[in-house]
Design a protein around this ligand. Structure first.
Ligand SMILES: Cc1cc2nc3c(=O)[nH]c(=O)nc-3n(C[C@H](O)[C@H](O)[C@H](O)COP(=O)(O)OP(=O)(O)OC[C@H]3O[C@@H](n4cnc5c(N)ncnc54)[C@H](O)[C@@H]3O)c2cc1C
Ligand code: SF4
Length: 360
């Protein structure tokens, strides 16, 4: 089975859904929703991740109706509970239904290993995955927000685009303040302590620091944010979210072609697509404080964690120099020329530079 899956995709696109409402409620360009709608239109089933009613956890759910997709849209930045989802997927496949399974790379790989064989009626979509935070940290944060603001969390959008797609924030709705009223909070990702702890990599699952799914890609398609779009295809960026679409199998290509008339698209080189998105090919560095963070998480109140792990970062001289060297390599290589060979070289050199940094 392993040999059937290529790391490098067969086609790569920048794209977004032309339906603006769906796009604004999705994390990037709403490609997931189009693929899901197409499977539902064939009386199929879609598996993806929603927040629980109390917003304390993220969990897989099965959707059979287009209205249910609203719960799956948007990234939930915590590890999702799989429960008996793999078993349900198998039952649907054996009943002859078209099935779309969407999750992280390791969850897709887990499903494929559970199934033990390929099914023509299964389409797997994963995301380029930076890593997933501990669900215990999320629950601690959610309880802290409820205590601080009064009321109970009713909904949460980790990738609210009210400011813009790139400067996103957390939108949280709390109900019962006072009884019957709702309070809406918008917290920029740069100010929210949960997002800061996540983005600084303190709270990821152990496997995320050495992610096997980066090397063994079993999904038919991978979707992601097209970070760096302005350097590659600025005409594809209107600030509302653009997806990077990596098509990995013929089945993925067929599914993509079915929905491509509902997408604004531009084909790009793989190296251009992933240049600003290293999570496609490497795991993030395990911070030296990671183990202490988890000890603190058990012992401290959230306010104390916030003070210790989410205060504004001081930019050191060393990191300024590192950034300067990296940018100089980029500019020098781009000055040589623009073709595929240069892209490959730049990708390779930056990869080597990043690995050297990682080993320091
Ligand atoms: C934990 C996590 C880390 C990510 N890291 C990166 C990254 O480093 N770089 C990058 O470019 N993109 C990353 N993404 C992907 C990106 O945020 C978008 O989800 C992706 O671009 C798809 O966007 P969309 O607009 O097409 O669809 P959306 O509607 O935004 O995508 C929703 C899909 O994501 C799935 N999903 C949501 N939360 C989870 C979860 N916790 N676990 C598993 N599946 C989930 C849903 O099932 C649904 O299928 C990450 C996503 C997640 C969930
Ligand atoms: S980084 Fe890898 S191990 Fe961690 S959730 Fe993502 S795919 Fe899974």
């Amino acid at each position: 089975m392993k040999g059937d899956y290529e790391v490098k995709p067969i086609k790569v696109y920048a794209g977004y859904n032309v339906n603006q409402d769906v796009r604004l409620s999705s994390s990037s360009g709403a490609v997931f929703s189009l693929l899901a709608e197409n499977v539902l239109a064939q009386n199929g089933t879609v598996y993806g991740v929603k927040m629980s009613d109390d917003c304390y956890l993220a969990e897989f759910t099965r959707v059979t109706d287009i209205n249910g997709l609203i719960w799956l849209r948007g990234s939930k930045y915590l590890q999702a509970k799989v429960g008996n989802t793999y078993k349900q997927v198998k039952e649907d496949l054996l009943a002859g239904k078209q099935v779309l399974f969407s999750g992280t790379g390791c969850q897709v790989n887990g499903l494929k290993n559970f199934l033990g064989k390929d099914y023509d009626n299964l389409l797997c979509v994963d995301v380029i995955c930076h890593g997933v935070p501990s669900p215990a940290l999320w629950k601690k944060y959610a309880e802290y927000q409820e205590k601080k603001n009064g009321g109970r969390l009713k909904s949460i959008n980790f990738r609210c685009k009210d400011d813009s797609w790139t400067d996103f924030g957390m939108k949280e709705v709390l109900a019962g303040i006072p009884q019957g009223e709702a309070k809406q909070l918008y917290i920029s990702k740069d100010k929210d302590p949960y997002m800061q702890i996540f983005l600084r990599d303190y709270c990821l699952r152990p496997s995320c620091y050495d992610c096997v799914a980066k090397k063994m890609k079993m999904a038919d398609l991978t979707i992601a944010d097209f970070w760096g779009i302005n350097d590659v295809a600025p005409e594809m960026n209107d600030g509302n979210g653009t997806s990077l679409i990596l098509i990995r199998t013929d089945k993925g290509l067929k599914a993509f072609e079915t929905v491509s008339n509902k997408l604004k698209l531009k084909e790009v080189a793989y190296e251009d697509g992933v240049r600003s998105n290293p999570a496609e090919y490497k795991s993030c560095r395990r911070p030296s404080q990671r183990d202490v963070f988890f000890e603190d998480m058990d012992a401290m109140e959230f306010e104390e964690l916030e003070k210790k792990y989410a205060s504004p970062i001081k930019v050191t001289f060393k990191s300024r120099v590192k950034r300067k060297i990296k940018n100089t390599i980029k500019s020098a290589l781009r000055a040589i020329g623009g073709g595929q060979r240069v892209n490959d070289m730049e990708y390779g050199l930056l990869f080597v530079f990043d690995c050297q940094e990682k080993n320091q």
